[in-house]
Design a protein around this ligand. Structure first.
Ligand code: ATP
Ligand code: MG
Length: 225
């Protein structure tokens, strides 16, 4: 059964003459534990789709169903809690809190939920991402690629069942990109996490279990093993 599914998902930004149709009747399904890459040109609607999959924004029409539950039936507060428990986001912009240290940024979602930090898991995560010596620094003292790795660690720290990543390796060199995707794959298999990742990079898309191609707000193709 699909853990994540969309039914006739539509998003139109703005109103009237200024309106922009960003998604048009998107129907996709993602299996539990699957690693799906979303690929498409700039402006094709990838980020819009990812935001809707994670309940960060509400659609103009259609549904997102996660674990059999239509998430937009939840009110905003319920949706926030649901998101925090279930979903790990890695954004195109890293969205790190500038006044918090690397360690505090990574553990923030755990603290927000009133949970205890799994030290062993966190240690492993931090080491694999090459952040061990950086935990006391502020995001502003790190390179772009290092900040991106902090954002990835933060997304994985809560062991979410679904990881939604928007170009998580967009600012990394190709070797580090492969390492980071390798890590994401490893942890997602280890913890039976489902991963949906946007990329422009065909090579990275080939590392996924399946690929969904988006063009002009519609699914224009895909591949399954
Ligand atoms: N908040 C917004 N208000 C109005 N229009 C928007 C908004 N966000 C996105 N759009 C429009 O919706 C369309 C899809 O945008 P989206 O950000 O989903 O594209 P994308 O595929 O992620 O592109 P990129 O690869 O450049 O990140 C674009 O035409 C964009 O201009
Ligand atoms: Mg985008």
């Amino acid at each position: 059964m699909a853990i994540l599914e969309t039914i006739a998902l539509t998003k139109i930004y703005g109103r009237g003459a200024q309106s922009v149709p960003a998604l048009d009747d998107v129907n996709i399904g993602v299996e539990e534990g699957e690693f799906v890459a979303i690929i498409g040109t700039s402006g094709s609607g990838k980020s819009t789709l990812l935001h809707l999959l994670g309940g960060l924004d509400r659609p103009t029409g259609g549904k997102v169903i996660i674990n059999g539950r239509s998430i937009f039936d939840l009110n905003d507060d319920e949706l926030t809690v649901f998101r925090r428990r279930k979903i790990g986001f890695v954004f195109q912009q890293y969205n790190l809190v500038p006044i918090l240290s690397v360690y505090e940024n990574i553990t923030l979602p755990i603290e927000l939920d009133g949970n205890r930090v799994d030290k062993l898991y966190l240690d492993k995560l931090v080491k694999t991402l090459g952040l061990a010596g950086k935990l006391d620094q502020l995001p502003g003292q790190l390179s772009g690629g290092q900040q991106q790795r902090v954002a990835i660690a933060r997304a994985l720290a809560t062991k979410p069942s679904i990881i939604l990543a928007d170009e998580p390796t967009g600012n990394l060199d190709s070797r580090t990109s492969q390492d980071v995707i390798g890590l994401l794959k490893l942890t997602s298999k280890q913890f039976n996490q489902t991963m949906v990742m946007i990329t422009h990079n065909e090579e990275i898309a080939q590392l996924a279990d399946s690929v969904i191609r988006i063009g002009d707000g519609q699914v224009i193709g895909g591949s399954r093993p």
